[in-house]
Write a protein that binds this ligand. Structure first.
Ligand code: NAP
Length: 260
């Protein structure tokens, strides 16, 4: 039996990068995947690729900062595939260009990064607990190495550190309440996605993507940057029964970045 057969999983921000790869890996493992993104045509493209392989996917438009859209996404997922058993809170923004120096970051920029990277993860976890507390499930929140150490902008660091502890709080709450729901965070190192490629525009010390790639490569002892599938494979493990004793944990997938 495939690892995620009979599972229904929602992946946010799945029109690009890590979310796109995650949707594909989960579908390949047998899950029915609800592919959501603020950019609905990107979500549809991901879902089309999955469907063309004979696997199950449904594309939906979702702005993760909207409470009402969380309700409609879970309702649509239930109607289409049955009860949801997995949520991957992946959508996020780098804040590049808005969020470099603590002494410069305005409150509007701070709040806009927090609302997508942290508040929305709270909204997703809350809704998932309400929906999964009887039949059970697994929540995976995509944090970052920048939720473990400093080095990005202050709001990005703070939002991702918040995701780390929110995940532990959800895990403890579900355990105490006797809900069969696990919750874990994943902490990727640099993965060569549109989000990372775009930060070149906000950096003064590199002038093009090649220089950025070289600079980042030097920070990863394994000798390469990550692929979106490196993270997707971790998500697949955390959604599956193979990780049934894993909750409140932080899975670091960073090519050794934080070991230096
Ligand atoms: P990406 O390629 O930019 O993909 C993120 C997706 O989320 C995009 O399709 C984006 O749409 C969408 N999105 C943005 N705001 C949204 C909103 N309010 N509601 C719904 N969707 C929204 O980024 P990625 O690199 O795959 O990053 C995915 C996650 O991994 C993020 O949480 C990021 O912080 C985390 N992460 C990434 C890295 C890395 O090195 N790439 C490392 C550590 C952690 P638009 O493009 O239209 O904005």
């Amino acid at each position: 039996m495939a690892r995620l057969e009979k599972r229904v999983a929602i992946v946010t921000g799945a029109g690009s990068g890590i979310g796109e790869a995650t949707a594909e890996v989960l579908a390949r493992a047998g899950a029915s995947v609800v592919v959501t993104d603020i950019n609905v045509s990107a979500a549809e493209q991901t879902a089309n690729v999955i469907q063309q392989r004979g696997q199950q996917a449904l594309a939906l438009e979702q702005d993760v900062t909207s409470q009402t859209q969380w309700d409609s996404v879970f309702a649509a997922a239930r109607d289409h595939f049955g009860p949801v058993s997995g949520l991957v809170n992946n959508a996020g923004v780098s804040g590049a260009g808005k969020d470099r120096l603590e002494e410069d970051v305005g409150l509007d920029a701070w709040r806009s990064i927090m609302s997508i990277n942290l508040d929305a993860v709270h909204l997703g976890c809350r809704k998932a607990i309400q929906e999964m507390k009887v039949n059970g499930g697994s929540i995976v929140n995509i944090s970052s190495i920048m939720g473990l150490v400093g080095g990005a902008g202050p709001a990005y660091n703070a939002s991702k550190g918040g995701v780390r502890l929110l995940s532990k709080s959800v895990a403890v709450h579900c355990g105490k309440m006797g809900y069969p729901i696990r919750c874990n965070s994943i902490h990727p190192g640099y993965i060569w996605t549109p989000m990372v490629r775009n930060i070149v525009e906000s950096l003064e010390d590199v002038s093009n993507e090649e220089e950025l790639h070289e600079m980042l490569l030097a920070l990863h002892p394994v000798g390469r940057l990550g692929q979106p599938s490196d993270i997707a494979n971790g998500v697949s493990f955390l959604l599956s029964d193979e990780s049934s004793f894993v909750t409140g944990s932080e899975l670091v997938i960073d090519g050794g970045y934080t070991s230096v």
